[in-house]
Structure formats: structure tokens, C-alpha cells
Design a protein. Structure first.
Length: 206
């Protein structure tokens, strides 16, 4: 198993995706210049609160006939959907990213104070930033393993999707050592602070 920390995840925030998450569709949604300025101001303030960090580890994987994914160190994932989506992989890349506690605390505070607009926009920024962070780490590995004759598969698979039970979050959390960034795992397998996510990505031979 190969594990790596990313104390800084340097993304370019996809502002167009933030707008899309807020329900804006170019050419279809009317928005005044004042409204756009307000949104942009909130986006910039939210961006300043982001502290994107992450970790990843590569683990060798084999696929059983019954759908189990057998990995290093006795780790077994039971999920037919995961097996089907990552068919052909020889390794799994476990990835975790957090936006940090500061922006999450701001979202909670504004929700409690009744400032729904600020909370919604900050939430959209954090969500898109974390998603972009997963892609940034995947791209890092895609570039570094090319010399090995391997590629990173395009599909990301997360706990709780289809038959990949949320309880699998525990072993992923531990392998990624997300506590290094102050991320906690609740007894119901939820990552705290919110806007912390994990995903599995396949690696296969070219």
C-alpha cells in the first residue's frame, strides 16, 4: 500500500459549476448585474475560507467471481456495483478531500442566523471545491503512473452509492488517515466536518 498526504490541494474553483449548482443555466436563467455581483462577492469570500487538503493511497485489488473486491492487508469490499464499475482495475486509488472546518462553521452559523442566501452559496462553493479536489488528486496520479504503463479510470465510486454500504467508510477513513487533517468519523459513518468526502477510483494497465 502506498499512501500520500496533500497538505494543500491547489484547484481552480469552477465558478461556472458553482452557478450551475445554484440553479443558474446560461441563456435560460435571468440574473441582474446586481444579483450577479452579490453572488460573486459571496463566492470570493467563500473561496477565501477554503482549506482544501486530502490524502490518497494505492492498494492492489483482485475481483472475485461473487463480486467481492479483495485488497491488500485483508481489506474486502462487498459490492457488485463497485465491481462492475471498476471492472478491469488492478489497483484501487482511495482518495479523500476536506474543505476544512472554517467554511463549514460559516455555513452552519449563517443557516442558524437565517442568512440562507449566504449559506447556500458557501455550501455550493465548498461542494464544488471538494469535487474538484478529488479530480485534482486523480490527475496527480494519472500523470505520475503513466510511466508505469497504467491509467486512472474516469469513474469515482463513493460509500453509500448503490450496494456499496456506507459502513465501508470506516476502513477507507482509516487507510487515508483523514484524522491527520482533523476529519472525524461518526458512529453512523459520516465524515465531520461536512464537505469532507472520499471516493474509490480504479487503476488499470494500458
Amino acid at each position: 500500500m502506498e499512501q500520500r498526504f496533500f497538505d494543500t490541494v491547489n484547484i481552480q474553483l469552477p465558478v461556472n459549476k458553482v452557478y450551475a449548482r445554484l440553479g443558474y443555466a446560461a441563456g435560460y436563467t435571468d440574473i441582474s448585474s446586481d444579483q450577479k455581483q452579490m453572488v460573486n462577492d459571496y463566492v470570493n469570500k467563500a473561496r477565501a475560507l477554503l482549506k482544501l487538503q486530502g490524502s490518497a493511497c494505492r492498494m492492489k485489488a483482485a475481483f472475485s467471481a461473487v463480486g467481492d473486491i479483495i485488497m491488500e492487508e485483508g481489506v474486502i469490499f462487498k459490492s457488485v456495483a463497485l465491481r462492475n464499475n471498476l471492472k478491469g482495475a488492478c489497483e484501487l486509488l482511495l482518495v479523500g478531500v476536506t474543505a476544512g472546518s472554517e467554511i463549514y462553521d460559516f455555513i452552519k452559523r449563517n443557516s442558524a442566523n437565517g442568512d440562507a442566501t449566504a449559506a447556500i452559496i458557501y455550501d455550493a462553493v465548498a461542494s464544488e471545491a471538494v469535487d474538484e479536489g478529488l479530480g485534482w488528486i486523480a490527475d496527480f496520479y494519472a500523470n505520475s503512473i503513466r510511466c508505469e504503463g497504467k491509467i486512472v479510470m474516469p469513474i469515482r465510486f463513493s460509500c453509500g452509492y448503490s450496494d456499496f454500504h456506507l459502513s465501508n467508510q470506516k476502513v477507507i477513513y482509516e487507510k487515508l488517515q483523514l484524522a491527520h487533517f482533523g476529519v472525524e468519523l461518526t458512529t453512523s459513518y459520516i465524515l465531520k466536518p461536512e464537505k469532507s468526502v472520499t471516493a474509490l477510483i480504479g487503476i488499470k494497465n494500458i
